[in-house]
Design a binder for this molecule. Structure first.
Ligand code: GSH
Length: 209
């Protein structure tokens, strides 16, 4: 049995979708963010010292970092369905997009989100965040133009990772500037695993809207 330690409104949604795709038995331990700080509760630190989500427990392995969890679970349970063949050119691209989704793409989006929440005037950070956001999303959009998925023509773990990025973009109200990414988001939402992850995320979120 795989256990997912899930925090409301978090990257953990990626892992719910993945668990739906791989079809192994799983259970969810749900946690809620603190209403003031937006941080995870202290109890998550007893699962993993970082105290962040997602974290999984699987056959004695306790693993944090959504990208690592996606690679680990696919490698173990769904490598023929959700990843290209190891050693192929597509596999290299697959690894790149998995990393991109949590590093190059997330950094400027998070920076912009924190700057907006903070409200302080910045010297260069605001311009840097906006220029980097345009650069990385422009790159992603150019790659996806005319394509349904990031690698080949079927769903892989890279798309499950990227879903959180385009979902965050939608929530920020900026998705309309990127019609290719909007179409990609709709394509990902045709998957029943994605729909189930959305429904479970909503069901497990007890915070006020
Ligand atoms: N790079 C990590 C990021 C983990 C992370 O920052 N998770 C957030 C939720 S999206 C979290 O737990 N925030 C609450 C906190 O830091 O206390 C991953 O991909 O899993």
């Amino acid at each position: 049995m795989i256990t997912l330690h899930h925090l409301n409104r978090s990257r953990s949604k990626r892992i719910i979708w993945l668990l739906e795709e791989i079809g192994q038995p799983y259970k969810i331990e749900a946690y809620q963010r603190d209403a003031e700080s937006n941080l995870a509760p202290e109890s998550l630190k007893s699962v993993h010292p970082l105290g962040k989500s997602p974290v999984i427990e699987e056959d004695g392995v306790v693993l944090a970092e959504s990208g690592a969890i996606v690679e680990y679970l696919i490698d173990k349970f769904a490598s023929e369905r959700l990843a290209p063949a190891r050693g192929s050119r597509e596999f290299a691209e697959y690894l790149q997009w998995i990393q991109f989704a949590e590093s190059s793409a997330m950094l400027p989006l998070l920076l912009r989100m924190f700057l907006t929440r903070d409200g302080a005037k910045t010297n260069f950070l605001g311009d840097y965040a906006d220029a980097e956001t345009a650069k990385v999303l422009g790159y992603l959009s150019a790659h996806l133009d005319g394509k349904r998925y990031l690698v080949g023509d079927s769903l892989t773990g890279a798309d499950i990772m990227m879903y959180f990025v385009v979902n965050a973009l939608e929530q920020s109200g900026a998705l309309g500037f990127f019609p290719v990414l909007e179409a990609y988001l709709q394509q990902l939402r045709t998957h029943s695993g994605c729909q189930k992850a959305e429904a479970l995320e909503t069901e497990l979120d007890t915070a006020e809207a």
